[in-house]
Design a protein around this ligand. Structure first.
Ligand code: CP
Length: 316
């Protein structure tokens, strides 16, 4: 694994190897007083964030530190980007500092691909979310969470609901979950399904009430209000109408099978795509998704930077 840019980058066996390694990372670091492993000692991971993040950024930082890597956090705010520095010059600067892996979040779809394949840097590149395109480590942590709860992914039915059009999480999940054998249904109003979705390895529906009773996991997506005008932008009649047709509330929770789990990548719009009682209910695994993100990102960095097998054999 030189770079991780897309949920489709990993073949089934490779994806399962990442999930199994993440299980091992969780086993070695959860509920231990000292959570550090020496696996990436002497390696440098740069978190390059051109767009805001809470979960992804902190969990990549924690993951790299738990593997004993040196971590540099670089955000667009407060950097020379505000003086007009280009992505290329920023990349060359990071290369000069000896970065082994660059974790990049960018508002522009394709920026991580450009960084990985331009020849500007030799480091590995991890896509931490690019525009409306992809967010592969979110998909890996979602697959990890579903597998833990359902016992496997083959044949599991996952509903991904809401603003698919603007969702990098949805695209990466469809690609990854399909290669892991899950059956994904995207549920959204027609205006929030992307052009060409019929070519994706999933089904689509406009009817959430029909899909929920046959779902093992329901993944609610954030309505990306910053990318649309809710009061007349053409995507939705109104926020209230959206909640009524596509929001997860107490009534809809009761239509799920008993074993089904409720997911959300965060950040949530409580009261819009999900009510507070649905977000906080017993079957919600939203906080667990965040915790699993650290183990999954440890596995990605470890496999990418070639950590030696014996080095994960014990905590420091
Ligand atoms: N799920 C996710 O990407 O959250 P952040 O934007 O907080 O990183």
């Amino acid at each position: 694994m030189r770079h991780l840019l897309s949920g489709g980058d990993l073949a089934r066996d490779e994806a399962l190897h990442v999930l199994d390694t993440a299980e091992e990372m969780a086993r070695l670091t959860t509920d231990r007083t000292v959570k550090k492993l020496p696996a990436l000692r002497g390696r440098t991971v740069v978190n390059l964030f051109f767009e805001d993040s809470t979960r992804t950024r902190t969990s990549f930082e924690l993951a790299a530190k738990r593997l004993s890597a040196d971590v540099v956090n670089f955000s667009a705010k407060g950097s020379s980007l505000s003086k007009g520095e280009s992505l290329k010059d920023t990349a060359l600067t990071l290369e000069a500092m000896g970065a082994d892996a660059v974790v990049v979040r960018h508002w522009a779809s394709g920026a991580p691909h450009r960084l990985a394949h331009s020849g500007w840097i030799r480091s590995s590149v991890v896509n931490a979310g690019d525009g409306t395109h992809e967010h592969p480590t979110q998909a890996l942590l979602d697959a990890f969470t579903v597998r833990r709860h359902l016992g496997g992914l083959d044949g599991s039915r996952v509903a991904v609901v809401g603003d698919v059009l603007h969702s990098r999480v949805a695209r990466s999940n469809v690609l990854l979950l399909a290669s892991l054998g899950a059956r994904v249904t995207l549920v959204a109003p027609p205006t929030l399904l992307p052009v060409g979705v019929e070519g994706w390895p999933c089904e689509t529906s406009y009817d959430l009430d029909a899909v929920l009773p046959v779902s093992d996991a329901v993944m609610m997506l954030r309505v990306q209000r910053e990318r649309m005008n809710l009061s007349g932008g053409g995507y939705l009649p109104s926020a209230r109408e959206y909640s009524r047709r596509y929001g997860l509330d107490g009534r809809r929770l009761r239509s799920l099978p008993d074993h089904a789990i409720v997911m959300h990548p965060g950040p949530m719009n409580r009261g819009l795509e999900i009510t507070a009682d649905a977000a906080d209910c017993d079957r919600s695994v939203i906080v667990e998704q965040v915790a699993n993100g650290v183990s999954v990102r440890m596995a990605v960095l470890y496999l990418m930077l070639g950590g030696s097998e014996p080095a994960i054999g014990g905590a420091e």
